[in-house]
Design a binder for this molecule. Structure first.
Ligand SMILES: Nc1nc2c(ncn2[C@@H]2O[C@H](COP(=O)(O)OP(=O)(O)OP(=O)(O)O)[C@@H](O)[C@H]2O)c(=O)[nH]1
Ligand SMILES: [Mg+2]
Length: 779
């Protein structure tokens, strides 16, 4: 929505722009010019704006990013003010009476201050259309907002709101609203994440019927393989010790739901095997209680690597993915240790975790040590009851949310539903309508409830994947089982073991298997044919009545991809490769101006799974070694590069630049004939990605080269958003051979906005004192 403020006069508006001038006071000549209509004073160092009240003609006043502690009282005299920006100051309160005169105000930006209330007289601003209160300290929405009849946009993200007033949503003027990062109970965050429409539908339901409170917590079990996660999770849910056989190790994730007292718990038991890590981050979500299981018998106090493997790795992953996780550490195999040993080891682990958190200045991660203790159930209940740890455990929901959930459970358990729980959306909706008095329910409301259930993890519905729009996974764990048919530690063994009848049914031969194995080993690729055979074989081993339709659903046919491939590609686990002779098409790349030959499409699709990549010499050979005059930048990561990050970057970048070569830990892209090498170095306290190219011969070639690098950086930046606790810094090493100095890049705020430096600038290295041309260092 645009706010073009019309000038009352035909003459152009009188404007003064003093942004970014380090001003501490407003220059007196400005205050004398009483005809000014637009005054830009943002990004200065103003602590007060006295006498601004004389500028009676002001229509637009920008005061954002200053040092104002108090709301400038004189603003009340600016009766023509239409737009006021006071964001990013330190204002704590707005005195009453200010808004009484500001009848023309349409746009008010107060974000990033310390406000917790607004005066009643704001309600007299009947023209106000835009109000931004994000990043303040509001615990409730001020009442004066509810009567603003023209209000179309309201932003209240990052406050301390627990409840939204229904009145705000039952009137229809509001068109844009956002409320992320609060502690909402009514409506729950998972409803708000669906946007304005979903909030409106929620309140309509609340208004029409009863509400109920729900206390549901997701509990995530993590820890190394065989630590005892499944044992604990099953024992807790069944109320007695449940031994788990070693052969029965978890593949992917097991999900179960049960009740302790008034709380419902949803247990997500993750497999500890390395190959599964790539998918973990998708399922490790905020607001969960994380139980980190440590085998105390295996733990060795004097071995730092043992700490990293059993504990440190997991804490780091959490820090990056959900920085404010609540973590409860639990020790297992205590029966194999002496009692003193248990105590010593627990203390040692606790100390090491604390110093690790100190190192990363991560005080947010709530860490509860329960390694040596017995009554886990009691500890879990105690933790989730603490409001400071779980501020939004209690959710208010319209009764229909619960009845629909119950209907879904009925559908899932009914005789005619497939055991795998993959269901067509329309079919599911019609089944729900048949149950529990739902016949009058609106389909849109049902979809909103499905969205809610998806967000709390009870079902899976990836609306944003086009080919999956009409598919609902009623059993999320089955979806993961399917995922793991191709992402697993023993994939090669699985291929070897495929029985003849499965091969025959897919028109394949034993010799093909040998080729597939070779291809997997050398290129980390699977032919579609191999994928079909693998999935078919594994489906047959599952306890399912009929796998024929499911197989078709998952793998599609010649004309259309199945759901499985769409999912894997969506989560950047694999990427389609059109040529399998090479890791890259040798065919000519399209270069504007050059004749272009159309490459014939291969008969069959191949998929690259970067997780299975080995170190090959191909990339290194094509690159031909690093040169001292190469132009390169490094992106440093703290605390480390997350598991699966580089593989995803590879998939994303290679999907963008079709001429590429890949191997474990590096890939090479080609654009317009120019190569770019991306390498990973993920060592403790030395985690970085390097983006390297040859030094261009012609000065004009620097621009496109930096653009190429910036594209990769922006892909990387987008990817980083999936790990909110991950920090990175971009640096260019000094050009002098042997000099350890590196030049830090300023913050990137989206590509294009990076630097406005003069290209003829030089930079002098503080360490070796050599001068370098800017174009060798920065875009
Ligand atoms: N002696 C002893 N054995 C245990 C204990 N906890 C688990 N085990 C055994 O250790 C083995 C592994 O336990 P699981 O619960 O399957 O381990 P997990 O962490 O789920 O393993 P993955 O699913 O592979 O990640 C099983 O054979 C368990 O019976 C314990 O406290 N003491
Ligand atoms: Mg397990």
């Amino acid at each position: 929505m645009k706010y073009t403020i019309k000038s009352k006069e035909v003459l152009p508006q009188r404007q003064v722009d003093l942004s970014l001038k380090r001003l501490k006071v407003i220059p007196s000549e400005v205050l004398l010019d009483t005809r000014i209509q637009i005054l830009k004073l943002d990004r200065n160092k103003l602590r007060s704006v006295s006498q601004i009240g004389c500028l009676k003609e002001l229509q637009i006043l920008l005061l954002s990013k200053n040092e104002l502690n108090d709301f400038p009282l004189e603003i009340q005299y600016l009766v023509h003010l239409e737009r006021l920006e006071l964001n990013q100051n330190k204002i704590e309160a707005i005195p009453s009476g200010i808004f009484l005169n500001l009848k023309a105000l349409k746009y008010l930006k107060l974000s990033n201050n310390r406000l917790s209330d607004l005066p009643k007289d704001l309600s007299t601003c009947s023209e106000l259309q835009y109000l931004n209160l994000a990043h303040n300290l509001f615990t409730e929405i001020p009442k004066s907002i509810l009567t603003l009849m023209s209000l179309r946009e309201l932003y209240v993200d990052n406050n301390k709101l627990q409840k939204l007033p229904s009145d705000l949503f039952l009137s229809l003027s509001l068109k844009k609203f956002s409320v992320s990062y609060n502690h909402l109970k009514e409506p729950p965050d998972e409803v708000c994440a669906g946007g304005l429409k979903q909030i409106q539908s929620y309140f309509l339901q609340l208004q029409g019927g009863q509400a109920r409170e729900e206390k549901r917590v997701k509990v995530i079990f993590i820890g190394t393989s065989l630590a005892g996660k499944t044992t604990i999770s099953r024992s807790l849910s069944r109320g007695k010790i449940m031994p788990v056989l070693e052969e029965d190790r978890t593949v992917g994730i097991e999900i179960s739901e049960f009740q302790i007292n008034d709380f419902t718990f949803l247990f997500w038991d993750f497999a500890g095997h390395l190959e599964y890590y790539v998918t973990h981050h998708v399922f490790i979500t905020p607001h969960a209680l994380v139980i980190l299981v440590v085998d105390l018998h295996r733990y060795q106090m004097d071995n730092i690597q043992c700490f990293i493997d059993l504990v440190g790795f997991w804490i780091n992953n959490l820090l990056m993915r959900v920085p404010d996780s609540v973590v409860l550490t639990v020790g297992t195999h205590k029966d194999l240790c002496h009692p003193e040993e248990v105590e010593l080891k627990s203390r040692d682990i606790e100390e090491k975790i604390c110093s690790m958190l100190d190192e990363h200045k991560a005080s947010l991660l709530h860490f509860i040590n329960n390694l040596g203790e017995q009554n886990l159930q009691h500890h879990i209940l105690n933790s989730v009851r603490k409001v400071e740890l779980f501020p939004n455990v209690i959710k208010t929901l319209p009764i229909v949310y619960k009845t629909v959930e119950l209907s879904i459970i009925e559908v899932t358990q009914s005789e005619d539903s497939p055991e795998h729980g993959i269901m067509d959306l329309d079919h599911l909706l019609s089944e729900i309508l048949l149950r529990n008095d739902h016949s009058d329910l609106d389909k849109e409301l049902l979809k909103d409830i499905l969205r809610y259930l998806h967000r709390i993890g009870l079902i899976v519905w990836y609306e944003d994947i086009k080919s999956l729009l009409n598919t609902v996974f009623l059993k999320p764990s089955f979806l993961i089982t399917v995922f793991k048919m191709l992402v697993r530690h023993d994939l090669a063994k699985q291929l070897e073991r495929i029985p003849a009848e499965v091969l025959v049914s897919e028109r394949s031969f034993k010799r093909d298997v040998l080729k597939w194995l070779e291809m997997l080993r050398s290129k980390a690729m699977l032919r579609l044919q191999a994928i079909r055979v693998l999935v078919k074989h594994q489906l047959e081993n599952l306890p399912l009545r009929d796998t024929k339709d499911l197989f078709h659903d998952l793998l599609g046919n010649l004309r259309e991809d199945g759901k499985l491939i769409s999912l894997l590609v969506h989560f950047q686990i694999c990427m389609p490769v059109r040529n399998m002779k090479d890791l890259n098409p040798r065919a000519q790349e399209f270069v504007p101006g050059n004749p272009w030959s159309v490459r014939s499409l291969p008969k069959e699709m191949c998929y690259l799974f970067p997780t299975y990549l080995n170190t090959l010499m191909e990339v290194t050979e094509r690159w031909g070694g690093d040169h001292s005059e190469d132009i390169y930048v490094r992106v440093y990561f703290s605390p480390q590069i997350p598991e699966g990050f580089f593989q995803r970057l590879m998939v994303k970048s290679c999907s963008f630049y079709t001429t590429h070569w890949v191997e474990k830990g590096s890939f090479l892209l080609v654009n317009n004939g120019k190569p770019l090498m991306i390498k990973e170095n993920n060592q403790r306290a030395d985690s970085y990605l390097e983006i390297r190219s040859r030094r261009p011969k012609k000065p004009n070639d620097f621009g496109p080269l930096w653009d190429f690098k910036l594209t990769i950086l922006s892909i990387m930046e987008k990817l980083c958003k999936q790990w909110p606790g991950l920090f990175y810094f971009i640096r260019t090493p000094c050009r002098t051979v042997g000099c350890p100095e590196e030049f830090e890049w300023p913050d990137i705020e989206g590509p294009g906005s990076v630097f406005d430096m003069n290209k003829d600038d030089f930079k002098t290295c503080e360490t070796c004192c050599n001068t370098v041309k800017m174009e060798l260092l920065l875009p």
